[in-house]
Design a protein around this ligand. Structure first.
Ligand code: FAQ
Length: 336
C-alpha cells in the first residue's frame, strides 16, 4: 500500500455476480482475494474495455496537461522555478508514456488511442481546459490539481489490473512531489507583497471549483448520473466513489489553505462536527458537462495544439520505426 493511502470498511471489491460466467471463475476469485489481474488472464470484455477507456483518458490527460503549465516555462520568474517547472512538465509526459504502455497490455495500439483522442472519441480531464493567466496559476495547479490527482490516484495503486496499478505507484510518487512544489511556490506568493498575495488568491478563486469537478459527477443520491462507479468498484478498479474522494480532498485542503493564508471561494464551506467532515457548497455540474462536451474556455486551443504536435512529430515516429526495423533485421541476420 502506498504511503498516502487510506482504507475504509467499504474498500473491499464486491462479491462476484451469481452465477459467474464460465471461464471467469479465476477472475472473480483473484478480484475477491484483492489480487492482481495480469494481461494474459481471462477477464470480462466490459472490464477490459472500461479499463482501456479509463487508462486512455488518464494518459491523454497527462499529455494534454503539459500544455497549461508548459506555457509558463519561458516566463517562470527565476532559473530555479524554470528548472522545476521543466522537470514537472517532463514528468507528465512520462506519466502519459507509462499509461499508454499499460493500456497497450489490454490489446490496443497507442496510435489507435491517440487517433481516438484527436478525433474526439476519447476524452481527457476537464481541468486542462482552463487557462493559466498568471504565474500564481502554476503554484495553484501544483497545489490543487496535483493534490486532487493524488487523492484520486493513490487508491489506483491497488487497482485490480496489475499493469495500471504498477504504473500508478511511480506516477503517485512524482505527483506528491509536484503537489509540494506547488504549495511552496504558492506559499512564497501568498506571503509576498500585497500584489503577489492578491494574485495567489485570484488563482485559487479560479481553480477551486474546477478542481472539485475533477473527481467526476455524483455517483449516488438524487443528483447522480448513472456512471461507471458501481461496476468499477465491483471489479476492484475504483476503490472509492467520486464523492468520497472529493470529500477527502476538501478535508485535506482546507487546513492547507489556512496555512497559505488564502481563502477558498465557498461561503458554505464549514466544519461539520457531527459528520466529522467539511460541508461544502453545490458544484455546478452543468459547467463540468459543458467542458467535457468540448465547450470549456480552452478545449479548442488544447486540441489544436495536440493535433499540431502530433503532425509535427510524424518524422520522429517514422525514424524510430525505421531504426527499430533495422535493429531487428540486424539481430535476425546475426542469429542466422
Ligand atoms: N473530466 O462514472 P464516472 C492528471 C466522465 S489528473 C472529463 O465517474 P469513471 C495529473 C467519465 O469519463 C487528471 N471527463 O466515470 C496532472 C465518464 O464519461 P464516459 C486525470 C470526466 O471513469 C496534474 C462520465 O464522466 N486523472 O492528469 C471527468 O468511473 C497536473 C461519468 O463519470 C485520471 O484520469 C472529468 N473530470 O470516473 C497532469 C484518473 N469526470 O466514459 C498534468 C483516472 C468524469 O461515460 C498536470 N481516472 N468524467 O463518456 C479516474 O479515476 C476516473 O476515470 C474518473 C471518472 C474519476 C476521472
Amino acid at each position: 500500500m502506498y504511503g498516502n493511502d487510506f482504507a475504509s470498511p467499504s474498500d473491499a471489491p464486491s462479491a462476484s455476480p451469481e452465477p459467474v460466467e464460465p471461464g471467469l471463475e479465476d477472475f472473480w476469485r483473484i478480484v475477491g482475494e484483492d489480487g492482481r489481474i495480469e494481461p494474459r488472464d481471462a477477464m470480462p470484455e466490459d472490464y477490459r474495455s472500461s479499463l482501456v477507456r479509463q487508462i486512455a483518458q488518464h494518459a491523454h490527460s497527462e499529455i494534454i496537461g503539459m500544455q497549461p503549465e508548459g506555457e509558463w516555462i519561458s516566463r517562470a520568474p527565476s532559473l530555479r522555478r524554470k528548472a522545476i517547472l521543466m522537470a514537472k512538465v517532463q514528468d507528465e509526459a512520462g506519466h502519459g508514456l507509462y499509461l499508454y504502455a499499460a493500456a497497450e497490455t489490454l490489446g490496443v495500439d497507442r496510435a489507435e488511442l491517440l487517433d481516438m483522442l484527436h478525433t474526439g472519441r476519447q476524452k481527457y480531464s476537464s481541468i486542462f481546459n482552463y487557462p493559466t493567466l498568471t504565474w500564481a496559476d502554476i503554484g495553484t495547479i501544483g497545489w490543487l490539481v496535483d493534490g486532487a490527482a493524488i487523492v484520486n490516484q493513490v487508491p489506483l495503486c491497488r487497482c485490480s489490473y496489475g499493469p495500471y496499478a504498477r504504473a500508478m505507484v511511480r506516477v503517485c510518487k512524482e505527483e506528491s512531489f509536484h503537489q509540494r512544489q506547488g504549495f511552496e511556490a504558492l506559499y512564497t506568493l501568498s506571503h509576498g507583497t500585497p500584489q503577489q498575495h492578491e494574485m495567489a488568491q485570484d488563482a485559487v478563486d479560479r481553480w477551486w471549483w474546477p478542481s472539485l469537478m475533477m473527481f467526476g459527477p455524483h455517483d449516488s443520491g438524487p443528483h447522480a448520473t448513472a456512471g461507471h462507479t458501481a461496476k468499477s468498484m465491483a471489479w476492484g478498479v475504483k476503490r472509492f466513489s467520486n464523492d468520497d474522494l472529493r470529500q477527502r480532498f476538501v478535508d485535506m485542503t482546507v487546513p492547507q489553505a489556512e496555512a497559505l493564508g488564502l481563502t477558498l471561494p465557498d461561503p458554505d464551506l464549514r466544519w461539520n462536527e457531527s459528520r466529522g467532515h467539511y460541508d461544502f457548497g453545490e458544484i455546478d455540474f452543468n459547467e463540468l458537462f459543458e467542458v467535457i462536451k468540448g465547450n470549456g474556455p480552452c478545449n479548442a486551443e488544447r486540441m489544436a495544439n495536440r493535433r499540431r504536435a502530433h503532425e509535427e512529430g510524424a518524422w520522429v515516429r517514422e525514424a524510430a520505426t525505421a531504426y527499430a526495423e533495422k535493429t531487428a533485421a540486424r539481430r535476425t541476420a546475426g542469429a542466422a
